[in-house]
Design a protein around this ligand. Structure first.
Ligand code: MEV
Length: 429
């Protein structure tokens, strides 16, 4: 156990971990990833920081979304995610592009509490309580209201038949261009106090309200965006250089239908969507854990299934994605992280609604590329080609030899064994 780690200076923290590792090289390596000017800012994002953890920041260019072209920043460590997004963006840019539509932007939070008295006592007092809750939180909601957000509704929900004495206040929020987590949680905690006070004044006797917790929900089925690509089936001819359009469309739809009925496939299928979604969510300084939680809860609404679907009707192929996306374009890391700010700038400083459409489009693009590869050549061929440069790193080859390996594997299947065998051959020459 390490005692008092948080009280050590940064250098002491680094030395502490170095000596635990018994590796003096750790300190130099950690320090080498510190930022020469902005380290204090990066340290302020978290606690017990030693240094920075670098991830690539790339661009998937030429996304045509609702008639506008975006070059989309993506932060991701997996080879071929940016390439897959870019390839699908290019493909659909000549077929009408992506149509994105925000369906709703409501977020929910709850004050969970226990009430041992009669349900009617609570239910009958709720209109007066609601008025107190709205009035009492006005100082907190006023500014949000000015920005077009605020509290949209408050309901009393009775779960006492499922959990003894359990009720909750279910509060709907609009949070304008912010993700709103801090706003929602602050308002809910204020409401918890108002609820306690209301109970003390209005409910006499031994029964009293016990607040268990006040917190937003990351299940946001009413913060929903839908994105679609569509073209005549005939425009899908030889998408992989050989497969006829009708065969491709049928196999593609079957693959998506499988993900709509089988959680084993749905999990991987949705992971392919989240490859694109998370990369843009991270690049723009948003909370990818919240987005992941919301996506998978939504996908489980009626048994876990695919977030995307395919329809083939009257010779037309339509591929769409509907999912919740609780993100923001103001506040939080978005405004603080220098590269998140740049990501927003590259996207033309979109509103939260516009960003929801951009993120969903990238998710659909990645999903399209993955399923396209799966039903044609398989994903390993492309994936391993992209992964080849990672595989070469430990060999420390010079530029000439590296190029020789890359040229050799242009037209051959890439595997660890094949790469190692070929490198041994050229090194021994
Ligand atoms: C890999 O990161 C993502 C895929 O497995 C997605 C899918 O199977 O649809 C290729």
């Amino acid at each position: 156990m390490i005692n008092g780690f948080s009280r050590l200076s940064k250098n002491e923290k680094i030395s502490c971990i170095s000596s635990l590792l018994g590796d003096e090289g750790f300190a130099a390596e950690a320090i080498s990833y510190s930022h020469p000017e902005k380290q204090e800012l990066f340290d302020s994002f978290s606690e017990n920081t030693l240094t920075n953890y670098m991830l690539p920041f790339g661009i998937a260019p030429n996304f045509l979304i609702n008639g506008k072209v975006y070059h989309v920043p993506m932060v991701v460590e997996e080879s071929s995610v940016v390439a897959a997004a870019s390839a699908a963006a290019k493909f659909w840019s000549t077929r009408g592009g992506f149509q994105a539509k925000v369906i709703s932007t409501l977020k929910k939070g709850h004050v969970h509490f226990l009430w041992p008295g009669y349900p009617e006592t609570l239910i009958n007092s709720f209109p007066a309580l609601k008025e107190n809750l709205l009035k009492g939180t006005l100082p907190l909601t006023k500014r949000m209201q000015e920005r077009g957000g605020g509290i949209a509704d408050i309901k009393l929900e009775d779960f006492s038949s499922r959990l003894n004495g359990y009720y909750r206040l279910a509060v709907d929020f609009e949070t304008a261009d912010s993700m709103g987590a801090n706003f929602i949680n602050t308002v809910l905690e204020e409401m918890a106090g108002i609820l306690r006070e209301f109970a003390q004044v209005n409910f006499s006797g031994k029964d009293h309200i016990e607040v268990i917790m006040s917190i937003l929900s990351n299940h946001v089925p009413e913060c929903l965006v839908e994105c679609t690509v569509s073209c005549p089936v005939s425009n899908l001819d030889k998408v992989d250089g050989e497969t006829p359009a009708d065969v491709f469309a049928r196999k593609f739809k079957t693959a998506v239908d499988i993900a709509c009925m089988d959680p084993y496939r749905a999990a991987t299928h949705n992971k392919g969507i989240m490859n694109g979604i998370d990369a843009v969510v991270i690049a723009t300084g948003n909370d990818f854990r919240a987005v992941e939680a919301g996506a998978h809860t939504y996908a489980s609404t009626d048994g876990y299934k695919s977030l995307s679907k395919v329809e083939i009707e009257n010779g037309n192929f339509t591929f769409s994605l509907k999912m919740p996306l609780a993100i923001g374009t103001v506040g939080g890391l978005t405004a603080l992280h220098p590269m998140a700010k740049r990501a927003m700038q590259i996207l033309g400083n979109p509103s939260a609604r516009e960003l929801m459409g951009i993120i969903a489009s990238v998710g659909l693009a990645n999903n399209f590329s993955a399923v396209k590869a799966l039903v044609t050549k398989g994903i390993q061929q492309g994936h391993m080609k992209m992964h080849l440069s990672n595989m070469l790193i430990p060999y420390n080859l010079g530029a000439d030899k590296k190029k020789m390996v890359e040229d050799y594997f242009q037209s051959r299947p890439v595997s660890y064994a094949a790469v190692s065998e070929y490198i041994n051959q050229i090194i021994s020459k």
